[in-house]
Design a protein around this ligand. Structure first.
Ligand code: GTP
Ligand code: MG
Length: 634
């Protein structure tokens, strides 16, 4: 199984009727316009999702509506994506929502995409060239400036192979999502499944979720359990950042949940109503935005009304520089520092701009230079945030490394680290060496995933050799072995993992025969039992029931390790019950002060050779020992 990143979420974007849904269907076979109203009006209204296997990648496409009235859905849809297909119809060229979607993608920090010129079958070569130039002109200076462009015809399929190929190439270069972060899922759909209860769906922003996890719904602040996870209708034990997941949760009904609520693994994210932000405006604003103007604030799947507050001006006109200001919201939302947002005017609805959250827990500030300086400082991050961010990035660091990488002096780092340890956000692995709780939790997760897989493949082994486990997790997640080792010790100490000699196992793992071969192996064991001490080589029993050769060694290890059988020598085994029976007989009938091989042979009634082997086994197990030509009980 390949553990490098293989799943991505691709978003569609583009003007109404330009062919996003048709292209989605041509690529995936899924018609994402499912609603009756969508069919009747022949426009998309809600977000559509389609699994899209692409070479070695398991991607999903999110189809968004292009109508200007449904920009909210569009923002919710593209907020969590990795890359975008910007759709422009060749017979129409760049239209208002082409531009607006482009702006929104920029504000949301989407960095990667390709452009599809749909309906290319409707225009001639000359027209196609003109449209290409038109599009190039509009993407000049945006992040799509260098994006590859492909004419396609979604009806005949022409141009799709090239488009797919470009997507694959792009995915090869995409960065890995932050699976180390604390799990966070902005909910975009809530529904009830007959007989199962409430299910929420969304794209995972950060972290990993596993079946059974205890989660919190914000802003309600209610605990729920993730009863079952599905990725594109297939049940999975876990899902991680970048994947679309449906989670069946316990404890809340459909009416208690809404699009815009957030499912989190801890309280690291809390609802807030006053936020300090860094804002970039659209280039062509119709009229200035006045102090305390009502605005619509969109972030991830949430849309909330609020007021914009400036501290260095009374109105905002189009600006090419960043403006630090505050948004006061009418309702709580869940945000983290660095989260992206889009601001729109409520009526007539127009995008003002967007940017990122500088401080999710802003307070009331005074107008003036002092506040602006404070906002500048916040933008650079508090020392705590810098330390936590650095640890999340680097996993484990010493005080001096932390001081260097977070650009803080040693004494400050020492004080803050001690404080963070008290708050249980940071852990001290050894004197002066730290990791964060988030990294610790992620590490346990990776170790357990690895063990789960190992147990599945090797159900007969006690556990995974520790060195192999550390190496596997090190290779896949680049987590230092020192950190893993510490986490392992803690988990073993707490009884959540088990350690036997150099082998590590999940606490509830039980060794067993592979399901597929179990019956036959039991048959072989039964045969072995029937034959007492007059056994054939063990291999023969397995071969007789057609167990593949490659499993022989493993099976022998397991049955001997679990005392279901005993090894007389390299080749011969006797059944555990036979062993017990013979031992009892010998203990009952042999002379208490010692016995010879000949005497034992008479009692056990077996060949001399096997009796000798059996007695040697008893010596080896320290049940008996040799004393000159006799054996005595040890
Ligand atoms: N000839 C031709 N027609 C196309 C092509 N792509 C889409 N169409 C047609 O264009 C119309 C609109 O297509 P949709 O896929 O619904 O457009 P959309 O972008 O999803 O529209 P909204 O979701 O409402 O924004 C449909 O009638 C399609 O059949 C194409 O490549 N060639
Ligand atoms: Mg559509």
């Amino acid at each position: 199984m390949n553990d490098t990143r293989t799943f991505f979420t691709i978003g569609m974007a583009g003007h109404i009727d330009h062919g996003k849904t048709t292209l989605t269907k041509a690529l995936t076979g899924v018609d994402t316009d499912r609603l009756k109203e969508e069919k009747e009006r022949q426009i998309s209204i809600e977000l559509g999702y389609a699994p899209f296997p692409l070479g070695e990648y398991q991607t999903s496409i999110i189809d968004v509506p292009g109508h200007e009235k449904f920009i909210r859905q569009m923002i919710a849809g593209v907020a969590g994506i990795d890359l975008v297909i910007l759709v422009v119809a060749a017979d129409e060229g760049v239209m208002p929502q082409t531009k607006e979607h482009l702006e929104i993608l920029g504000f949301l920090g989407i960095r990667h995409g390709v452009i599809a010129l749909t309906k290319s079958d409707k225009v001639d070569a000359e027209m196609l060239e003109l449209v290409e130039m038109d599009v190039r002109e509009h993407i000049d200076g945006t992040i799509f400036a260098d994006a590859p462009m492909f004419p396609v015809d979604s009806i005949s399929g022409k141009g799709l192979p090239e488009l797919k190929d470009a997507l694959i190439q792009l995915m090869k270069t995409l960065p890995v999502r932050d699976v180390k972060g604390t799990f966070r899922l902005p909910i975009d759909q809530v529904f009830t499944v007959q007989g199962q209860g409430t299910v929420v769906r969304g794209t995972i922003y950060e972290g990993v979720v596993r079946t059974g996890d205890l989660l919190t719904v914000l802003p309600q602040n209610t605990s729920v359990r993730a009863r079952q996870l599905q990725v594109h209708h297939e049940e999975k034990p876990k899902a991680e950042a970048g994947q679309r997941v449906a989670i069946n949760i316990s404890g809340l009904s459909k009416d208690d949940l809404h699009r815009g609520d957030v499912l989190v693994a801890s309280q690291a994210a809390a609802p807030t109503q006053t936020i300090d932000v860094a804002l970039h405006t659209v280039l062509a604003m119709d009229s200035p935005v006045k102090q305390r103007t009502a605005v619509k604030f969109h972030s991830a799947t949430a849309e909330v009304m609020g007021k914009i507050v400036f501290f260095d001006r009374n109105e905002l006109t189009s600006s090419t520089t960043e403006v630090l200001c505050q948004i006061r919201l009418d309702e709580p939302v869940v945000l983290r520092r660095g989260d992206r947002f889009v601001l729109r005017r409520p009526s007539p609805v127009k995008t003002i701009g967007g940017g990122y959250v500088v401080d999710p827990w802003g307070t009331k500030h005074r107008f003036g230079e002092k506040t602006m300086q404070e906002l500048q400082r916040k933008k650079a991050g508090t020392p705590e945030e810098r330390i936590l961010d650095t640890l999340s990035d680097q996993s484990i660091l010493s005080l001096s490394e932390l001081s260097q990488q977070a650009s803080l002096d040693l004494q400050t780092v020492e004080e803050i680290a001690a404080n963070l340890v008290k708050k249980k956000l940071v852990l001290e692995i050894e004197m002066g060496v730290y990791t964060s709780t988030t990294v610790y939790d992620a590490t346990i997760g990776f170790l357990k995933d690895q063990l789960t897989r190992y147990h599945e493949i090797n159900p007969m082994r006690v556990g995974m050799p520790k060195a192999e486990l550390l190496q596997a997790v090190h290779l896949k997640q680049n987590l230092p072995k020192k950190l893993q080792e510490w986490v392992l010790d803690e988990e073993v100490g707490a009884g959540r993992l088990r350690k036997e000699k150099q082998y590590i196992a999940l606490a509830d793992f039980e060794q067993q025969f592979p399901q597929q071969w179990k019956q036959r192996i039991l048959q072989a064991l039964e045969q072995l039992k029937q034959e007492g001490l007059a056994v054939k080589p063990w291999e023969d029993y397995l071969t007789a029931v057609k167990i593949p050769d490659k499993l022989h060694v493993e099976i022998k290890h397991y049955i001997v390790g679990s005392h279901q059988a005993y090894a007389l020598d390299d080749k011969y085994l006797i059944h555990g019950e036979v062993f017990d029976g013979l031992l009892n007989k010998l203990q009952a009938d042999a002379d208490r002060n010692g016995f010879t091989v000949v005497e034992a042979k008479t009692i056990l009634d077996a060949s001399r050779k096997n009796v000798v082997l059996f007695l040697e086994l008893l010596d080896q197990l320290q049940i008996t020992r040799r004393a000159e030509d006799k054996r005595v009980w040890a």
